[in-house]
Design a protein around this ligand. Structure first.
Ligand code: HEC
Ligand code: HEC
Ligand code: HEC
Ligand code: HEC
Ligand code: HEC
Length: 473
């Protein structure tokens, strides 16, 4: 009996030690996790921020690390194809570097002034100063260039979506003046991507919310957006809502998709993200081909000054092209490459200095790709060089098409006789522009970019042939 007790005492002691050890380890883990979430999301300095705090300075008191990196977007950056050329004060003119751009935009404000993009800090002032504003532009422009949500709410009597839907009726200048008067003339700010109380990632832009909702309602396959595929299999009682349905990984791209997308933003219709048939170049083209102006006429962006073709203008479809690439399919988000984590003692901070990842290969790529920096850079530049060369070929083909239509017109061809050639102008240029206006020089989806440029060459040459042979038609 005594022996048994002695034996048990050892067991009891061991059990006791295990229990204590478990409690200690668990509490340590809980403590670490708590501290992590604390530093990640809580406002340590407890300055209350609200929906109306569009000035990032106040948020910076609570989250100084993120604010410090955010402020660095004022710095000029340049890589072989990214960032900007020109001077510190004014980025280089794309239309002078590539004169074919200027020619394809003849008849449209982009042939007056179209420059390299630069850091987020400049988005509002660059918009205010562009010579494109010498032509009438609509209030819709502000959607992606300022902390515009309080203004939208005011215009829509509390409903931001309604506000956005009337904002195209005001001129740019009129709405920009209101924005300044309300004290919300800032570039994209914390409140645009974060919920004030919780710092939860969110999307605010009505254009994106409407666009992604219609995209979800279409039946185009979206393997890189699993939350949409899941929603489609559900009851569909409520429309797809990115802020409640999307995963954190998806949100890390959606916040950028609020602006880095193709859109229509003139004065005739509310701002629209053309995603009703899908995100691919020809799906967006179909959307525009089916779109009508309020007076029932066919949609187009402008009439080309030399050929009179009714054209579409593409703008920065980063979200769309990324969607077709291997990274999107592998769950790699915009923020993984453009806002990689930085170590800050025991915690990780997302780098809010949004810029080219090639300036930051170590944190942006080497977390997943275990090659040397030089090797990674060489692979990217190899993709970009090929894309660049193919793009120049497509541009040459388009210039030849425009020449041929001009010649045919001089020789007496009518628009009716040139109808198919003009349709080819629209198709070829739409594809070339889609890749030229996209800002990764093909990197976001190399094979897709090559496919699109290949089609551009083909349509341009078909159109050229038709224009040369117009008499036989
Ligand atoms: C796998 C990494 C990766 C992902 C994911 C990614 N990008 Fe990029 N992005 C790049 C690289 C590489 C470049 C080319 C940079 C250069 O040429 O300097 C680039 C270029 C850009 C540029 C032009 C940068 C400049 O300095 O001019 C923009 C804008 C951009 N990406 C936005 C996005 C958006 C928006 C998303 C998500 C929809 C996204 N990217 C997803 C790697 C990525
Ligand atoms: C859907 C979002 C969105 C809307 C609407 C929008 N922009 Fe932008 N804009 C961007 C993004 C993203 C960039 C950076 C990428 C680039 O330059 O391609 C940019 C870049 C620019 C630039 C700097 C580069 C350049 O093109 O010279 C100017 C100026 C500009 N926009 C003016 C305007 C004007 C004027 C309007 C209204 C007609 C407008 N934007 C509407 C998203 C938008
Ligand atoms: C509210 C609209 C908006 C949002 C949201 C937004 N951007 Fe931008 N972004 C712009 C505009 C506009 C510019 C061009 C500013 C200029 O040229 O003055 C730009 C420029 C850039 C550049 C070029 C920087 C450089 O130094 O050349 C990169 C890269 C970029 N954005 C990536 C992103 C990524 C990644 C996200 C999401 C985390 C994002 N952007 C979210 C509007 C936006
Ligand atoms: C264009 C969108 C965008 C803007 C603007 C923005 N953020 Fe973020 N922020 C992000 C993304 C993306 C993450 C990563 C979130 C994640 O995956 O958990 C993030 C993460 C954070 C986090 C969580 C900790 C971390 O670093 O990962 C804090 C805190 C934060 N941001 C603060 C700010 C502050 C302060 C500002 C304004 C100065 C700001 N953010 C502006 C997109 C944005
Ligand atoms: C979160 C992980 C992750 C990050 C960050 C990441 N990649 Fe990738 N990358 C992948 C995956 C996954 C693939 C798919 C192929 C594979 O499985 O290796 C891939 C493929 C590639 C390819 C082959 C592309 C193709 O179209 O065939 C290149 C080039 C590449 N990555 C470059 C980069 C560069 C440059 C960066 C940084 C700007 C980067 N990656 C950041 C995960 C990542």
């Amino acid at each position: 009996m005594k022996d048994l007790f002695k034996k048990n005492r050892v067991y009891i002691a061991i059990c006791f030690i295990i229990i204590i050890a478990t409690v200690l380890v668990t509490s340590l883990l809980v403590n670490i996790m708590e501290r992590k979430t604390e530093t990640k999301y809580s406002n340590q300095n407890r300055v209350e921020v609200t929906e109306n705090d569009t000035d990032p300075k106040k948020w910076g008191i609570n989250w100084p690390k993120q604010y410090d990196s955010y402020k660095r977007t004022v710095q000029a950056t340049q890589t072989k194809f990214g960032g900007h050329g020109g001077s510190e004060s004014l980025p280089a003119e794309k239309i002078e570097r590539d004169p074919w751009l200027k020619r394809m935009f003849l008849g449209y404000a982009f042939s007056i002034d179209y420059r390299d993009r630069r850091g987020h800090a400049y988005m509002l002032t660059d918009q205010e100063n562009t010579k494109r504003l010498t032509k009438p532009q609509s209030g819709s422009c502000l959607h992606c260039h300022a902390t515009v949500m309080p203004l939208y709410k005011k215009l829509g009597n509390g409903d931001a979506m309604k506000g956005m839907e009337v904002s195209h009726k005001s001129s740019y200048q009129e709405l920009n003046k209101k924005l300044h008067e309300m004290g919300h003339a800032n570039p994209v700010s914390c409140v645009d991507c974060h919920e004030p109380g919780t710092m939860k990632l969110r999307v605010t832009r009505p254009g994106f919310i409407k666009g992604i909702t219609t995209l979800a309602s279409s039946n185009t396959p979206l393997p890189h957006l699993p939350s949409i595929e899941r929603w489609r299999k559900g009851t569909k009682n409520n429309p797809y809502d990115p802020n409640t349905d999307a995963s954190q990984t998806e949100m890390r791209s959606f916040v950028c998709g609020q602006c880095h997308v193709e859109y229509y933003c003139g004065g005739k219709l509310p701002l629209v993200f053309p995603w009703g048939n899908g995100l691919k170049v020809e799906e967006v083209e179909t959307f525009f081909n089916e779109l009508k102006f309020p007076d029932g006429t066919d949609f187009f962006d402008y009439t080309h000054a030399q050929t009179t073709a009714k054209l579409l203008k593409a703008q920065h479809p980063e979200f769309e092209l990324w969607s077709q690439g291997i990274h999107a399919k592998s769950g790699v988000a915009c923020a993984d490459c453009h806002m990689p984590y930085m170590r800050d003692g025991a915690t990780k901070v997302s780098d809010h200095w949004v810029r080219s990842p090639l300036l930051n290969i170590n944190r942006a790529c080497q977390t997943c790709h275990h090659f040397s920096e030089d090797e990674i850079k060489a692979r990217v530049e190899n993709i970009q060089e090929k894309n660049y060369k193919l793009m120049q070929r497509a541009a040459q083909a388009l210039m030849d098409l425009i020449d041929a239509i001009e010649q045919a017109k001089i020789a007496g061809a009518t628009d009716e006789q040139l109808k198919t050639a003009l349709a080819m102008h629209r198709k070829a240029q739409w594809r070339l522009d889609f890749i030229a206006a996209e800002n990764s020089m093909g990197f976001h989806a190399p094979q897709e970019a090559a496919r699109i440029l290949g089609e551009a060459v083909d349509f341009a040459r078909q159109g050229q042939l038709l224009a040369v042979q117009w008499k036989s038609r």
